[in-house]
Ligand binder design. Structure first.
Ligand code: FAD
Length: 203
């Protein structure tokens, strides 16, 4: 599996404004199917129920820099790479494969020499760096899920024993229960804790 890219801030929001946005900062991975990586895993757990309403992602590829700082950085790089074409002047800021993508999104002429780039064009580039827009069509299939939502309603389980309140002698632990948490060990902890309680309750 390729390593996640540099940190990005990703904001996900459904079309309807009365539904809150979700924002995550961290590592993002562009893959053959779309986007993945820690920030996307976290966001997928938050946005999956809004997918019918067309969820959008706004990716800030340079979250550590304000637009003004990024503009100054571009000016420095353009001075450093004076005489070179735009497509050959962004290697200090972007992974190789992302350069043509970002330039296509910005609508700039990739062959233009960097010393001829206007202030307006530079601003367009800054805007693209900080606003890569994607539409979420779907999440990956269940068999690729790390954690699944849904399952036995916790109201139907006695938390002291993990025994079903509906069927005597039936105990639950882990994923089968309708609890899910963000990645980072919490789901394993749920499995361990509920497994321990149901185990000592049975015997
Ligand atoms: C790739 C990946 C990465 C993950 N990373 C993290 C992480 O970093 N942190 C975190 O907290 N959680 C993580 N999780 C989630 C975590 O692993 C699960 O939440 C946890 O393992 C659930 O435990 P469980 O015992 O309920 O289910 P499982 O671990 O799925 O165990 C179920 C067991 O039942 C067996 N089984 C299934 N059907 C039958 C059957 N009919 N008869 C007999 N046996 C059967 C299966 O073979 C399996 O051994 C990850 C999951 C995946 C897939």
């Amino acid at each position: 599996m390729p390593k996640p890219g540099p940190p990005a801030t990703v904001i996900a929001w459904p079309r309807s404004w009365d539904i809150p946005r979700a924002e995550q900062f961290g590592e993002l991975l562009f893959t053959h199917f779309g986007v993945s990586g820690p920030v996307i895993l976290t966001l997928s757990s938050l946005i999956h129920k809004y997918l019918k309403q067309s969820v959008k992602l706004n990716i800030d590829l340079k979250p550590a820099l304000s637009s003004e700082q990024l503009d100054r950085r571009l000016q420095r790089d353009f001075t450093k790479y004076a005489g070179k074409q735009l497509k050959n002047a962004l290697h200090d800021l972007l992974p190789h494969k992302m350069i043509p993508v970002v330039l296509a999104l910005s609508g700039l002429d990739i062959h233009k020499q960097v010393d001829q780039i206007t202030r307006y064009e530079r601003e367009q580039l800054v805007h693209t760096f900080k606003n890569v827009r994607l539409t979420v069509l779907k999440t990956r299939p269940l068999n690729e899920a790390i954690v699944t939502g849904g399952g036995i309603n916790t109201k139907e389980i006695n938390p002291s024993t993990m025994e079903s309140k509906l069927i005597k002698g039936l105990y639950f632990a882990g994923e089968i229960i309708d609890v899910d948490a963000l990645t980072g060990g919490y789901n394993l902890q749920i499995a361990f804790s509920t497994g321990y309680v149901s185990g000592i309750s049975i015997y």
